[in-house]
Design a protein around this ligand. Structure first.
Ligand SMILES: [Zn+2]
Length: 264
């Protein structure tokens, strides 16, 4: 019997009591969960007999029940809220950082980035400026995928092996440029577990959204809920393809009651 594969969870900013999120648009907030909920989820993973791993650890496909734990964007809550909880449970994780957001309000400083890395967490790259990669020409892909790898490596003094796509926008050119730049994987927002048979340049991940009940989180990391989630996301992807990124964002913002254009 082949192994069922490992589900990679995708987190963003964690909400810390008494501290406002870095953005207030509904399209942003729905990806931000509270630090308390995050801790409950990590506890549930542990109590279910699973271990949380970074992307590098998970891609070694340890024989034990495992969950990949990833964060996008490089929010300050990575170091303030996520890292202490992960250390409490002795879990690994990969933090994908948008290079130009470093030192910006609500995001990691260079010092905090180094701290996270020195604590043993894996630093990945989430592009230079958070541009939607499927809209870029070759030059644009170079500056969003290749250049931030070098800068992040200089900042932490370690190699950066993994890349995640802003807004989940992905195509084969992105995978090609990342592979040539020396990355070992590209994480998308496609909803599937990852196994030794998965193309590492098209890893699946599942976003844990605000208000997701613990029972549903359990159904995600054990893989049971993925088929249903996949159907839902296929509708969204069809809409993105039909309307294009910017119209899709505008329609989504309208549907969520916001005039801002969330670009997470
Ligand atoms: Zn992002």
């Amino acid at each position: 019997m082949s192994k069922p594969g490992i589900v990679f969870l995708m987190y963003h900013e964690l909400e810390i009591p008494g501290r406002p999120l870095s953005h207030g648009e509904p399209g942003y907030v729905r990806y931000a969960i509270s630090a308390l909920d995050f801790r409950e989820q990590m506890r549930q993973i542990q109590q279910s007999g699973y271990i949380g791993y970074s992307v590098s650890q998970a891609l070694e496909f340890p024989g034990t029940p495992s969950v990949g734990i990833t964060f996008d964007d490089g929010c300050e809550s990575d170091v303030l809220a996520a890292a202490p909880v992960l250390r409490e449970f002795a879990f690994g994780a990969t933090f994908y950082v948008t290079y130009e957001w470093l030192e910006q309000k609500g995001h990691l400083s260079l010092r905090q980035l180094k701290e996270l890395s020195q604590q043993g967490f894996e630093i990945g790259c989430h592009s230079m400026t958070h541009a939607y990669l499927n809209e870029l020409d070759d030059r644009g892909l170079q500056s969003e995928i290749v250049e931030p790898k070098v800068k992040l490596e200089q900042a932490i003094g370690k190699a950066v092996h993994h890349f995640s796509c802003p807004g989940g926008r992905y195509n084969r050119r992105v995978a090609e440029v990342a592979r040539k730049a020396g990355y070992r994987s590209v994480a998308t927002s496609r909803i599937h577990p990852n196994s030794p048979h998965t193309d590492p340049f098209c890893l699946g991940r599942v976003a844990v959204m605000r208000g997701t009940p613990l029972k549903a989180v359990h159904a995600i990391f054990t893989g049971k809920a993925l088929a249903r989630l996949r159907t839902q996301s296929q509708f969204r992807n069809a809409a993105k393809w039909l309307f294009g990124n910017s119209l899709y964002d505008r329609m989504r913002a309208l549907a969520l009651g916001s005039h801002d254009l969330p670009r997470r």
